[in-house]
Design a protein around this ligand. Sequence first.
Ligand code: NIG
Ligand code: FE
Length: 384
Amino acid sequence: MKVLFTDIASLVSPVERFGELEILENACFLVEDGFVTFIGTERVPADETVSLSGQTVIPGFVDSHAHPVFAGDRAQEFAHRMMGESYGAGGINYTVGLTRAASDEELRSNLERIVGEFLASGITHFEAKSGYGLDVDTEARLLRIVSEYTTDVTFLGAHVVPRGEDREAYLASVCGEMLDRALPYSKWVDVFVDRGAFSVEEARRVLIAAVGKGLKPRLHANQLENIGAIDLALEFDCASVDHCTHLSDADIEKLAHSNTVITLLPGAEFSTRSPYPDAKKLVEAGITVAIATDCNPGSSYTTSMPFCIAVAVREMGLSPDQALWAATLGGAKALRNNLGTLQVGSKADFAVLDAPSHIHLAYRPGVQLVSQTYVSGRKVFERN
Ligand code: NIG
Ligand code: FE
């Protein structure tokens, strides 16, 4: 079955070099068996033709950092923060309590709502972490449930030490029984290395155990403070270090000479009223940057990649082109997969924007510009 998408005002795809886009105007493209097999300005024969009536087509967003499986919310915590209270990740234990008490059905239905919101925001692939169970059974349960929705599943047993538990015993469990139970569902391991969470030494123990059993490492690093997590990330060739709100010049220099992506999470600074990292400086240093939602009920309860792009452009100094790159190919690089482009051979994961160009994503903040989303050439979202 060949489907030709036509009448595209601008067809946008990132190319290999950070921040650079290839833009074809008055374009059409052919999808066959879930992959793009032709891109051009002339029409080619097809079984079906779909007119996109002068809209813009971009690759589906690749959300490389999300915590979408949990119960309840923390709206009051957010309200207090907006009135001046600071964020210290202490609310994680509140969500853990609600998550442990929730049934599989409740967790699945909350997750499905979030996945629906992801699709509506143009996200066609997402990474998903555990980390709100923090006991052997609940962590395994979260990972099992979320693995029904994505292949990029991350074991985050080392999110924080659960309230009332012995630190050493908990770490031993994370590196032992909890890890073993996580393995069948997980591809990645993550540790929250920060003030109030885990030290570099503790995180190293978790990474050694998990990498030794075949998981690939990534880190929550330098969100609240710089406690030296970047050196640890580079020691393990982490695919990505995420947050990076506080980085030293030496960190930047080392990251620039590594294969590790920095995943920026604009929703987290926004919702915790924290200073924004200087993305322009990172890009100028030659670092590959991704943008992700960090969707979670505490520090960043957004499922909107366009919102994150708008904030990254307005507050972090990325250009609209760079921000689009970071939210598509950047996310793919942070997950070390081959998604995030729209070229011949790409998986036909794309979003249609009701706008003449991708710049409108940042230019028109808060507007539902994504009118349709496709995964493997199949429509999975359409705006009313
Ligand atoms: O990525 N920083 C650690 N974890 C999450 C927040 C978790 C929470 O507050 O519930 C984050 O921001
Ligand atoms: Fe996070």
